[in-house]
Ligand binder design. Structure first.
Ligand code: SF4
Ligand code: SF4
Length: 344
């Protein structure tokens, strides 16, 4: 689909047209940080945000979701709960688009997950390209997710007095036709985009000192690495790295029964592979009791296993895990040290 142009001054009218007909979620300012939240007006949208505390994953895969309602007693019964509502997610950066694209593949795998997919299918993603890294924690260039190639309906790039709009889907194009003063991108606009992209290439730097295509092999050869023991001495097993990660999708299941001892709900709740009891099974055995084993598991999942299984990296380099780690465990340092060990 041909790219379009929206004049800078016309973005407000476009977003207001979206708001008139849809629930719109966008980055908003929360104190000194940013969070995706439902907005009622264009003025609430923080167009210049760097990174949100959580990705929009929470709209497709809520932190605490009822998946089943049941009744106990003389006539026991159970009914699946699948809730979804249309939404526009506005302003998603390329790394979060890449993370959502991975989740789309994971949750569509047999047996497909109706709770995630029903929400995701009703969502339209309008991305916002970023010209510079969020901060010193970003390593999205290393993880090749700093440019969005797919997974969005529209992707906007700020070219100064106008937005260059890549159209990813017919749903995105329909929104443009209905609500935006959009024109066809000219040859000059394409040239301006290329110049913008050239500038972007210079402002994003690699932080891992090798191509991350080698990560699966490096991780595969690092089972006995002392790096796991070293970071395990610092790690608090708090799970923040998982709960803030846009590509984590492990959950626990809890049944809650009402005080009448008849009505109940089954909930799925975000879990973290870094918690001590995550791998505990019946009988009290724990097959990843050691903190070092849990950290090794986490990094293998991010840098090796998901890539091998789905063809997409399990890490998009957003840096949320490192930014939120109280003891400053750094993914970049871990990957660097693991490769350094091989050279000794
Ligand atoms: S956020 Fe840091 S301290 Fe907490 S579990 Fe993750 S690596 Fe360990
Ligand atoms: S592992 Fe860390 S850097 Fe990678 S996607 Fe998750 S939060 Fe972002």
């Amino acid at each position: 689909m041909l790219p379009k142009i929206i004049k800078k001054d016309d973005l407000r009218a476009f977003v207001e047209a979206l708001l008139a007909e849809n629930v719109v979620v966008a980055p908003t300012k929360k104190g000194i940080k940013y969070a995706f939240a439902e907005v009622d007006s264009f003025d609430e949208v923080a167009l210049d945000y760097n990174i949100t505390m959580l990705s929009p994953r929470k709209y497709f895969y809520p932190q605490n979701e009822t998946v089943l309602k049941f009744k106990l007693g003389e006539k026991p019964s159970a009914e699946a709960v699948v809730e979804s509502a249309p939404k526009i997610i506005f302003g998603m950066h390329p790394c979060d688009v890449a993370a959502t694209w991975l989740l789309d593949v994971v949750f569509a795998e047999d047996p497909a997950d109706p709770n995630y997919l029903s929400k995701r299918k009703k969502a339209v993603i309008i991305g916002m390209n970023c010209a510079k890294p969020c901060d010193e924690f970003s390593f999205c260039k290393d993880m090749k997710s700093y440019n969005a190639t797919a997974g969005f309906d529209l992707m906007l790039t700020d070219l100064g007095d106008k937005y260059f709009v890549e159209v990813g889907t017919e749903a995105g194009e329909a929104l443009l036709v209905a609500g935006a003063q959009a024109s066809e991108a000219s040859a000059d606009d394409l040239k301006a985009l290329q110049e913008w992209q050239n500038g972007k290439e210079k402002s994003f730097v690699n932080r891992i000192p090798y191509d991350t295509k080698f990560l699966p092999e490096i991780l595969g050869a690092s089972d006995d690495s002392l790096v796991w023991e070293a970071i395990a001495r610092k790690c608090l097993s708090c799970g923040s790295c998982n709960t803030t990660c846009p590509t984590c999708y492990c959950f626990t299941v809890r049944d809650e029964v009402a005080s009448n001892l008849v009505d109940g709900e089954r909930k799925r709740i975000w879990d973290s592979c870094q918690l001590d009891e995550f791998a505990e099974v019946a009988g009290g055995e724990n097959f990843r009791k050691a903190r070092s084993a849990r950290l090794r598991h986490r990094f293998n999942r991010k840098g090796k296993w998901l890539l091998e299984r789905y063809g997409k990296s399990g890490c998009v380099g957003c840096g949320r895990c490192d930014r939120n780690c109280l003891v400053k465990i750094s993914s970049v340092e871990v990957y660097t040290q693991l490769a350094g060990e091989r050279a000794k």
